[in-house]
Design a protein around this ligand. Structure first.
Ligand code: PLP
Length: 433
């Protein structure tokens, strides 16, 4: 099919995610033919640096040979089997590895198949934990500016009016605490005070606090100090509410460490992982939990199922996805990626100094392999994010600003000359406004 035909047929049949389809009357779709490393190539031979890791999933490059080979081998062995009553070697191997790698105390793995479904599992399990203890608690606490996904529970604990407001009548019960607005310790303490006020008043009716450790990604790449996480862990202990760490976007090396919680030295009660879990290859998520939670569900089966966690997804623990995850972790280890990332992180920091010269750029920030800045002087109706996106595409870079927040979150295999190119294009894009 030609490029033009692909676009035509696409618009005839596909309703795209997170898209006002009418925009495509003007904005051309880009059918992608292939990916290699950080590069995506379209059907006209144009190449784009995937500077946002295809919605933050791709950590180790497109078409990574090592991962490809492992998936191909698994494909000829077992493509899928249900995980209830049955099990398979890749699921066991990955679970063991994740228990070793995640913070001490997270000793069990519950599989799901995307970030939002992982969040649903954690929310439901946390609610059910107290129910099994004989307590009916109804509220979840989340932070301003948070984002945890699009399913009803995940959306309820998110603070994205644009995605959420229309569904308000059907959401679950939540309370909202202030998130720290910058990376200072003072701001972390200020936000902790707000959290404590909420917990003090309502803790008997609160199931859990859910948080995106260190970076609220969809929430304008808001970054905060690890001290907030330490304080939050202490508050959750003090008021006996569970802590859910949503590392869907920041897990697997994004923040500089394998897991963001490591930077604060805390163990949450649940840790939800997806995106980089399979290095961006296949849909998969896991919920890591403590044995204390697990034990609360371990009892004789009763026909009403009141105490058992009878949650499932058909593709739970799919062997191909799990194999991609194991291969990704092996690649990270064998190629010493996290160590190499330290140089990349430093190089991004050096490049970011160039932005300081632009008067319309403010709030330049970085946490590991996530870099962001704000562009001043435009209203949301100006849709400058879209203008920057279009400009960057024309110049061979895929970035998708969040409103007036431009960010860079590349696959870890990006090279210095490619980083320079992304910064060149981001600067030119801002100057072109
Ligand atoms: C922090 C966080 N949690 C959950 C999700 C939802 O994951 P998914 O898009 O796989 O449902 C996202 C997606 O961007 C996310 O950034």
């Amino acid at each position: 099919m030609t490029n033009a035909k692909l676009k035509e047929e696409d618009l005839k049949y596909i309703f795209h995610p997170c898209t006002q389809m009418k925009d495509h009357e003007r904005l051309p779709l880009i059918p992608i033919k292939s990916g290699n490393g950080v590069m995506l190539e379209d059907f006209d031979g144009n190449k784009y640096i995937d500077a946002i890791s295809s919605w933050w999933v791709n950590t180790l490059g497109h078409s990574n040979k090592y991962i490809n080979e492992k998936i191909k081998a698994q494909l000829d062995t077992l493509e899928h089997v249900l995980l209830a009553g049955f099990t398979h070697e890749p699921a066991i191997k990955l679970s063991k590895k994740l228990v070793e790698l995640t913070p001490k105390g997270l000793d069990k793995v519950f599989f799901a198949d995307n970030g939002s479904s992982g969040i649903e599992v954690a929310l439901k399990m946390a609610f059910h934990y107290y129910s099994n203890k004989g307590e009916q608690r109804e509220y979840f606490v989340s932070l301003s500016g948070s984002y945890h996904g699009e399913t009803i529970g995940a959306l309820s604990v998110s603070d994205m009016g644009l995605y959420k407001d229309v569904y308000n009548p059907i959401l679950i019960k939540t309370l909202q605490a202030k998130s720290p607005q910058n990376q200072t310790i003072e701001e972390a303490k200020f936000a902790l005070d707000d959290m404590e006020n909420i917990l003090k008043l309502n803790h008997k009716n609160i199931v859990s606090v859910i948080v995106e450790p260190l970076v609220q990604c969809a929430g304008n790449m808001n970054m905060y100090h690890p001290v907030y996480l330490n304080g939050l862990r202490s508050l959750c202990d003090k008021y006996d509410v569970l802590l859910i760490a949503d590392e869907v976007a920041v897990g697997f090396g994004r923040t500089g460490k394998l897991f963001a919680c490591e930077l604060a030295g805390i163990t949450p009660d649940f840790m939800v992982l997806s995106k980089g879990l399979t290095a961006g290859y296949l849909p998969l998520s896991v919920v890591m939990l403590t044995n204390t939670i697990y034990d609360m569900f371990y009892c004789e089966y009763d026909t009403k199922g009141a105490k058992s966690f009878l949650h499932s997804h058909s593709y739970t623990g799919n062997p191909l996805s799990v194999t991609a995850a194991i291969a990704g972790l092996e690649f990270l280890e064998n190629e010493n990626i996290l160590q190499k990332n330290q140089d990349t992180i430093e190089f991004i920091r050096e490049q970011s100094l160039r932005l300081k010269e632009l008067v319309s750029v403010t709030n330049i920030r970085q946490q590991g392999m996530i870099f962001a800045f704000d562009v001043l002087g435009y209203k949301s109706e100006d849709r400058i994010g879209l203008r920057i996106y279009e400009f960057a595409l024309k110049h061979g870079v895929l970035i998708r600003p969040l409103g007036n927040v431009v960010y860079f979150m590349p696959p870890y295999v990006i090279k210095n000359d490619e980083i320079i190119k992304v910064f060149d294009v981001m600067i030119d894009a801002v100057l072109s406004l």
